[in-house]
Design a protein around this ligand. Structure first.
Ligand SMILES: Cc1cc2nc3c(=O)[nH]c(=O)nc-3n(C[C@H](O)[C@H](O)[C@H](O)COP(=O)(O)O)c2cc1C
Length: 278
C-alpha cells in the first residue's frame, strides 16, 4: 500500500497542482507509467537473457498499424559489433550498459511477403516509411514499460542515428530497414529522477489547435523546471556563440540544441535503403 495518490504522481510529473486522481491510490500500471524515468547508470549485475526475451515479448504485444507488425529489434550480443557501436555512439553510459538493443522500422518484411504471394506493392511511398517508424516507436515505448515493470532501467539512444550508415553496416540492415533508436538496458544503479513535462495547456487541445498562450506557458514551465533542477552553467550549450545565460531554462537549451544541424544525412540514408520519401 502507498499513501500517495495518482494526483500526487501527476503533480510530480508536471509540477502543477491537480485534483485529478486524488482518490486513486498510486498503484498499478497507471502509477508505473507516471513514475517513468530514463536510466543511464547501471550496476554490474548481468541481465538474464530470459528477462530480455520477456520484455521483448511484451514490447511486441504493442498495437501495430493494420496488424502489419513492421518493427524489428536487433539484440547486440557480438562483442565486436557492440564495441563498434559503443565507439560510434561515444557516450560512457552506453558503453557501460549491460545490454544494447536496436529498434528498427522494418518495411522489408511486408515487401518480401507481397513478393512471395505474387502481389504488386503499389504503396511504395512516404506512408510506408511513416508506418514502420511509428510501429517501431510504439514497440520501443512498450519495451520501456515492460523493462520498468521487471525492475530494469533503460534509455533509448537516438545518437545511433548520428552515423546511421555505420550503425546500419554493423547491424547488417538490409534495404527498407532503418535503425530508429538504440536502447541501453540494465539494473538501475540509482533511483533516477522524474523529468518535468510540458503542461497539458501546451500539449492537449480541445476541439481546435490553439497555441496562442505558448510563450508565457513555456516561460512558466522553464521556471518550474529550473526550480526543480537547474542546468549548471558548465552544461549550457554553445556558449561560444550565445554566451553564458543568467537564466538557462529548458527552452533556451532546446533552442540552442536545434541551432546546429543534426542528422541532415537521414533522407539520403533512407533513399539509399530504397525508401521512397515522396
Ligand atoms: C526516441 C528517443 C531517443 C532518445 N535518444 C537519447 C539519446 O540518444 N541519448 C540519451 O541520453 N537519451 C535519449 N533519450 C532519452 C530522453 O532524453 C528522455 O526520455 C527525456 O530526457 C525525458 O526523460 P525521462 O525519460 O527520464 O522522462 C531518447 C528518448 C527517446 C524517446
Amino acid at each position: 500500500m502507498t499513501d500517495k495518490t495518482i494526483a500526487d504522481l501527476i503533480e510530480d510529473r508536471f509540477g502543477l497542482p491537480t485534483e485529478d486522481g486524488k482518490d486513486m491510490p498510486a498503484e498499478g500500471e497507471l502509477a508505473a507509467i507516471l513514475r517513468h524515468r530514463s536510466h543511464r547508470q547501471f550496476t554490474d549485475t548481468p541481465v538474464p537473457d530470459e528477462l530480455v526475451r520477456i520484455a521483448l515479448a511484451a514490447a511486441f504485444s504493442a498495437p501495430a498499424k493494420s496488424d502489419l507488425q513492421q518493427a524489428s529489434v536487433i539484440v547486440v550480443e557480438d562483442p565486436a559489433a557492440r564495441a563498434a557501436l559503443n565507439e560510434q555512439i561515444n557516450d560512457p553510459w552506453v558503453t557501460a550498459a549491460p545490454k544494447l538493443l536496436v529498434f528498427c522500422g522494418d518495411s522489408r518484411r511486408l515487401r518480401r511477403i507481397s513478393e512471395a504471394r505474387g502481389k504488386p506493392f503499389p504503396n511504395d511511398h512516404l506512408d510506408a516509411f511513416l508506418n514502420c517508424a511509428v510501429d517501431a516507436g510504439i514497440v520501443l515505448a512498450t519495451f520501456i514499460r515492460a523493462a520498468e515493470a521487471l525492475g530494469l532501467g533503460c534509455c533509448p539512444i537516438s545518437v545511433i542515428r548520428n552515423k546511421i550508415e555505420h550503425a546500419s553496416d554493423v547491424l547488417g540492415l538490409p534495404d527498407h530497414v532503418f535503425p530508429l533508436a538504440g536502447m541501453g538496458l540494465g539494473w538501475p544503479a540509482r533511483d533516477g529522477w522524474i523529468s518535468l513535462r510540458l503542461p497539458p495547456s501546451v500539449t492537449v487541445h480541445t476541439d481546435r489547435y490553439d497555441d496562442s498562450a505558448l510563450l508565457p506557458e513555456i516561460d512558466a514551465y522553464d521556471r518550474r523546471r529550473d526550480a526543480r533542477f537547474s542546468i549548471p552553467a558548465e552544461k549550457q550549450r554553445l556558449t561560444e556563440v550565445y554566451g553564458v545565460a543568467d537564466f538557462y531554462g529548458w527552452s533556451e537549451d532546446k533552442a540552442r540544441q536545434y541551432a546546429v544541424p543534426q542528422r541532415k544525412q537521414l533522407a539520403a540514408f533512407l533513399k539509399s535503403k530504397r525508401f521512397n520519401l515522396d
